[in-house]
Design a protein around this ligand. Structure first.
Ligand code: HEM
Length: 501
């Protein structure tokens, strides 16, 4: 039964509460959107005796999570993530003093000034992506994953990934996907809801072996790369240029206890994880959407050509002169956000909002998808229409004061994504460069062989939401583009070589 003061929500049944309504994880964001229309901007779900509060308006997210960050700053207990990550995975870690220091170190490392310094690395890596798409366009999905992974590896460890067939990269993605698979609802019984299951003997608890394997694979990865980064920092000391200092080389200069070092070292892996699939999800969506919407593609390209010309690659500084390209990036994010339900927060104090109580020890979900797809806020939200962002700053119906901000994709409160400026730079720079160099067409579902339509109902809803495998035609626009890409990728080699060890 719902406690007094809780926001409304779907009717409950004895013992289960609403669990029986939450069995289809793939469609959960759609279910949450439906409930937000029915029960309002804040609704609650009972999961056994525990409570989940779902926030579906910009104002509710701002008032409950941004303004009460001190009370909505933790994460719900995730028993399996704890087993598989030894409690060190920042995305799942509760708000402890160790975590607060770690977050401060991450925030310092990703300060806007530091991020700006590192754009040269993203720019250099992007020339390699363009070169790969020019020479092996059929491998575009792999190239995009190599590209985002390599940026994340340089950021975290100062170690680049140069080859599409790199066994280390394949190993990383296998490790990552095995870890995320363990966490998908439905793969294993809900151990956080039925704690008695934790005491089952090993032969009836297959998750124990899966978590052990995941933990040792991850440890092998982060310990190897952390100690290599520390070794390089010791050898080269202050010779490392500021933009080249990796997170783990900066950590190697700190005085840390063994426990702190273990947590920071694990975080090297988490940063690679957080930066690889997420930015790749955006770029794969972008390619798919450009192929499906040739007229928007053409309009964006004309705008780039007018500002940049054909004789050089677009630079990040060009982005602010390209309002339609900016609108296109925002619309790709809006229509298919990589985290449609954010990453759950957890309250450590009661919070009051309007007439409702968000109790202590409640999971708080940022219902990003529903915010982005609310017809009261955005006209025809299911339609891909970048022009909406030309009419109003946040793509809302003109004249609406919704409490919107530009970065809902990246969460809220103190746990908001610390890598958001790196991610924004990757998304903006790569979008301009892809549009400048190539045309995209004829997206085809690899499973069925059918052309992909404008409904964009072509997504995997796992941990990070991204398009299924698809094929598409990527053509260099002319020999002028070919020459500029060849020259730029050649020029970038000397910078990138510093990160090839
Ligand atoms: C398009 C790309 C990205 C998206 C969509 C994204 C999104 C998010 C979201 C929704 C959260 C949870 C925020 C919350 O709790 O409300 C998060 C957390 C986080 N992100 Fe990102 N992110 C992206 C790229 C990156 C990059 C490039 C990095 C680092 C290089 C990064 C590092 C992190 C970390 C460390 C956290 C955990 C913060 C914490 O729990 O305290 N992310 N991200």
């Amino acid at each position: 039964r719902r406690e007094r003061g809780l926001p409304p929500g779907p009717p409950t049944v004895p013992l289960l509460g609403n669990i029986h309504l939450l069995l289809n994880f793939e469609q959960m964001h759609l279910k949450f959107m439906e409930w937000s229309r029915q029960y309002g901007e804040v609704f609650s779900i009972k999961i056994g005796s525990t409570t989940m509060v779902v926030l579906s308006s910009p104002t509710a997210i701002k008032e409950i999570v941004d303004k009460n960050s001190w009370a909505a700053n933790s994460r719900p207990v995730n028993y399996l993530a704890g087993l598989a990550a030894g409690g060190y995975h920042i995305l799942f870690a509760a708000d402890t003093p160790l975590l607060r220091n770690l977050r401060k170190a991450i925030a310092r490392f990703f300060s806007p000034a530091n991020t700006l310094r590192r754009v040269s690395i993203q720019a250099a890596e992007s020339t390699q992506l363009l070169h790969e798409l020019m020479t092996q366009p059929e491998d575009f999905a792999n190239s995009i994953q190599r590209y985002t992974h390599s940026i994340a590896m340089i950021t975290s460890y100062g170690q680049r990934v140069s080859s599409l067939t790199s066994p280390k990269m394949q190993g990383f993605y296998q490790t990552l996907h095995r870890f995320l698979h363990i966490l998908l609802p439905g793969v294993y019984p809900p151990l956080d809801l039925v704690p008695a299951l934790k005491y089952l003997p090993e032969r009836w608890a297959p998750w124990l072996a899966a978590c052990r394997r995941s933990k040792s694979e991850t440890a092998a990865f982060h310990l190897e790369h952390s100690s290599a980064a520390a070794g390089r920092a010791e050898k080269h000391g202050d010779d490392i240029p500021a933009e080249g200092e990796s997170f783990m080389s900066s950590v190697s200069k700190m005085r840390l206890s063994q426990e702190e070092y273990d947590a920071y070292s694990y975080t090297g892996f988490s940063l690679v994880e957080a930066g690889s699939d997420t930015s790749a999800a955006f770029l794969l969506s972008l390619v798919l959407i450009l192929a499906v919407y040739p007229e928007r593609q053409e309009r964006a390209r004309r705008e780039i050509e007018a500002v940049v010309g054909a004789a050089r690659l677009p630079e990040l500084a060009d982005f602010k002169h390209l309002p339609f390209v900016e609108a296109l990036v925002k619309e790709v994010i809006r229509i298919r956000p990589a985290f449609p339900m954010g990453i759950p927060h957890f309250t450590t104090e009661e919070i009051r909002y309007k007439n409702y109580v968000v109790p202590k020890d409640a999971t708080v979900v940022l219902n990003t998808y529903s915010v982005f797809h609310n017809p009261d806020i955005s006209e025809e939200p299911e339609v891909f229409r970048p022009e909406r962002f030309m009419l109003s700053e946040h793509g809302t119906r003109p004249g609406m004061h919704t409490g919107f901000r530009d970065n809902f994709l990246f969460g809220a409160g103190r746990r908001i994504c610390p890598g958001q400026s790196v991610a924004q730079a990757t998304m903006q720079l790569t979008t301009m460069r892809l549009l400048w160099a190539f045309s995209f067409s004829a997206a085809v579902d690899l499973k069925t062989g059918r052309a992909i339509g404008r409904e964009l109902d072509f997504y995997d809803h796992e941990f990070v939401v991204m398009p299924h495998a698809f094929e598409c035609v990527i053509q260099l626009r002319s020999c002028e583009q070919r020459d500029v890409v060849a020259q730029a990728s050649n020029d970038a080699r000397s910078l990138l070589r510093q990160y090839e060890h």
